[in-house]
Design a protein around this ligand. Structure first.
Ligand code: ADP
Ligand code: MG
Length: 334
């Protein structure tokens, strides 16, 4: 039984599976600060994501899956930048000490941490002020990238092609399955969609290839419609996207009606795929390298000089407006 904060840290977080040694970690958990030995000449890339029970994951979510997801969504930001993971820190606020939950959650974290050679080096653990506050997980990842090689949102130019990795909408459909709001599905499709929610495919490796070719990149956390707009606004350009070219998985198609499909694929969020733009003279070389690496990638449209996002279906412009998820937005105006 863990009796207090320090017991929890020792048993679940300062454990060999999670706080493992790495050449870049001179000092890990246990002191006031961790000490990192960064590769000389590299830039430090940092990103943080909060996951709140009831907002980002349902109450009762599988703790192992949640551990994986919590770290993967953070690593996705490093991927979007083209950075290589170095280590991460964890802030955890819990209403009570649930040993089974802690064991599952730290196990899921360890799974992803080991796969990415990204150990846990510190954090903070507190009790939530009220039971209703639920669990809150804050993770900060630290990575490194050679100066001048980071992918930003602001480099897209008219004439560039727009690409996405993987398929769109699976995580949103997976969340609908977890909430019991999906039609009857085969167990294989159910499993694939739930897996897409808890364990989005890591694009950290793919990003090390993409960064040699892309003019801009973002990871899809809020949905294509919303996230691509960030690239467009930062770059001062527009885009024309072919609805009929969006990559959709078999499980996603089985779980959605034709009417839901496009809205979920472009507005569903939580996919953590990469969306990036590539100058036309570099697309062949990039596609070859991604194919060799086994990374699925689809060209879904192109960048235009006229600002704004235009959607087409079989060549015809469609007038629908799509938005992604935004916090602090009244439900009715989303
Ligand atoms: P301080 O009071 O100096 O901030 P704490 O007593 O909160 O330190 O934490 C003790 C040690 O345990 C520190 O090295 C801290 O980074 C680490 N730690 C606390 N909570 C976590 C956690 N959830 N995950 C990883 N390390 C943690
Ligand atoms: Mg201290």
């Amino acid at each position: 039984m863990a009796s207090d904060e320090f017991d929890i840290i020792r048993r679940y977080f300062n454990a060999a599976a999670l706080a493992f040694p790495s050449p870049q970690v001179a000092l890990g958990i246990g002191d006031d600060c961790a000490l990192l030995s960064l590769t000389p000449g590299m830039q430090l890339a940092m990103s943080m994501d909060l996951l709140q029970e009831g907002v980002h994951f349902p109450t009762g979510a599988d703790p192992w899956g949640l551990g994986k997801r919590s770290l993967l969504v953070n690593l996705s930001d490093l991927a979007a930048t083209g950075a290589r993971p170095v280590c991460f820190t964890l802030g955890l606020s819990m209403p009570s000490v649930d040993e089974a939950w802690l064991a599952g959650f730290s196990g899921g974290l360890a799974d992803v941490a080991a796969a990415h050679h990204c150990p846990l080096v510190g954090g903070d653990t507190i009790g939530s002020p009220t039971a209703q506050a639920g669990i809150m997980i804050a993770i900060q990842v630290h990575g490194e990238v050679p100066p001048g090689h980071a992918m930003l949102r602001r480099g897209a130019r008219a004439g560039d092609k727009v690409y996405v990795t993987g398929s769109l909408g699976d995580a949103a459909a997976g969340l609908a399955v977890l909430h019991g709001r999906s039609p009857a599905l085969s167990s294989e499709h159910r499993r694939a969609l739930i897996e897409a929610f808890y364990a989005p495919e890591s694009r950290v490796g793919a990003a090390q290839i993409v960064r040699d070719y892309a003019s801009a990149c973002i990871d899809l956390s809020d949905g294509l419609a919303s996230d691509l707009l960030h690239i467009l606004q930062a770059s001062g350009v527009g885009a024309c996207i072919a609805m009929d070219q969006l990559p959709l998985s078999e499980a996603f198609v089985a779980a959605t009606s034709a009417a839901q499909r496009t809205a979920l694929a472009v507005g569903g969020g939580d996919d953590y795929e990469l969306c990036f733009t590539v100058p036309p003279d570099k697309t062949d070389a990039l596609q070859d390298r991604l194919r060799e690496a086994g990374v699925p990638v689809t060209c879904i449209g192109g960048i235009t000089a006229t600002p704004g996002l235009v959607w087409t279906q079989e060549g015809d412009v469609i007038s629908t407006r799509f938005t992604g998820y935004r916090h602090f937005t009244p439900e009715e105006s989303r």
